[in-house]
Design a protein around this ligand. Structure first.
Ligand SMILES: Nc1nc2c(ncn2[C@@H]2O[C@H](COP(=O)(O)OP(=O)(O)O)[C@@H](O)[C@H]2O)c(=O)[nH]1
Ligand SMILES: [Mg+2]
Length: 247
C-alpha cells in the first residue's frame, strides 16, 4: 500500500539561521524510524524579505537530502510562512513545528496519526493533563490568562485548550476550507485557524506534549498581547462563512 505523504513545515526567518541545521539533523535522525510509515518531507517555510542566507542554507541541506525542501514568501510573519507553504502542498497530511523544538519531537508520530484516523486538526496542548511544561512564571501567567480567560470567554473555545503551541497537523480540508478565511499572518494565525475550524464544525483533537521554553524568544510579549486583543475581538465579531475568503 502507498504510504501517506506527510509534509513537516518548519517556519523560519533570518533570526533562526543558527538553529536550522541542528534542528533539521535531529529531526531527520528521529523520523528515519519513527515516521517509517509515511512518505515524509521537511519543508523550511521561510518568511520575510532579505532571507538569502536562510534560503542558501535550505538549498545546501536539500542537496544533501532530497527530502529537505524550502519555500519562501516575502510577507513577514510565522503565519505567513506556514499558510504559504501549506497552501502549496499536495500532501495527505500537513504539519508544522517551531524550529527551536520547544515541543519534544517524541510526540510527533502521535500528533500526525490523529489526522490519519480522520481528525481535521491535531494539536499539541500544554494544558492536556498528561503534558509536562517547563517555563518562566511570566510566560506561565500570560499564557494562563490568554488560554483560560480570553480564549474561553471571548473566543468561546470548546474543543481545544491550547491555541498557541507550535506543534500542529492538519488535513487538506483545513487548507482548502479554513486557511482562505484566516487573515492574520503573524502569531495570532493559529488561534484564528482553530476558532474558524470550530465554527465550521471541523474536528479538533489534542495530544499531550513535553514542552520546554527555550532561552531565546523572538516574540515581543507586549506587542503580541496587543495583537491578540485586537485580533481576538475583531474575530469574535466577524461573520464566519464557508466559501468566503478572509481578505
Ligand atoms: N520570532 C519569529 N519566529 C518565527 C518567525 N517566523 C517563524 N518563526 C518561528 O516561530 C517560532 C516561535 O518563535 P519563538 O521566538 O521560539 O517564540 P516562543 O517560543 O513563543 O518564545 C520559532 O521557533 C520559529 O520556528 C518570525 O518571523 N519571527
Ligand atoms: Mg520558542
Amino acid at each position: 500500500m502507498k504510504k501517506p505523504r506527510l509534509d513537516i513545515m518548519l517556519p523560519v526567518y533570518y533570526g533562526n539561521l543558527l538553529e536550522i541545521a541542528g534542528s533539521v539533523a535531529k529531526q531527520k535522525a528521529f523520523y528515519e524510524n519513527a515516521l517509517s510509515e509515511y512518505d515524509w518531507r521537511i519543508v523550511l517555510a521561510v518568511n520575510g524579505p532579505k532571507q538569502q542566507k536562510v534560503i542558501e542554507l535550505a538549498e545546501s541541506l536539500g542537496r544533501e537530502d532530497e527530502r529537505i525542501r524550502w519555500n519562501h514568501v516575502s510577507i513577514p510573519g510565522k503565519g505567513s510562512g506556514i499558510i504559504h507553504a501549506w497552501s502549496g502542498s499536495d500532501a495527505d497530511i500537513m504539519s508544522y513545528m517551531d524550529i527551536d523544538l520547544s515541543t519534544d519531537i517524541k510526540d510527533f508520530p502521535v500528533l500526525v496519526s490523529r489526522i490519519r484516523e480522520g481528525y481535521d486538526i491535531s494539536i499539541g496542548s500544554r494544558y492536556h493533563p498528561d503534558s509536562s511544561v517547563t517555563r518562566s512564571l511570566k510566560r506561565r501567567i500570560v499564557s494562563f490568562m490568554y488560554h483560560k480567560l480570553f480564549m474561553k470567554i471571548v473566543l468561546g473555545a470548546k474543543t481545544y485548550t491550547d491555541g498557541q503551541c507550535g506543534f500542529k497537523a492538519v488535513s487538506p480540508r483545513i487548507v482548502r476550507e479554513v486557511l482562505p478565511l484566516v487573515r492574520n499572518r503573524s502569531w495570532f494565525f493559529e488561534s484564528e485557524m482553530l476558532y474558524i475550524a470550530e465554527r465550521l464544525k471541523m474536528s479538533i483533537t489534542e495530544v499531550p506534549v513535553s514542552w520546554t521554553e527555550s532561552e531565546f524568544s523572538g516574540i515581543s510579549l507586549y506587542r503580541a498581547i496587543w495583537e491578540f486583543i485586537r485580533c481576538g475581538f475583531g474575530l469574535r465579531f466577524r461573520r464566519i462563512q464557508k466559501g468566503r475568503t478572509g481578505q
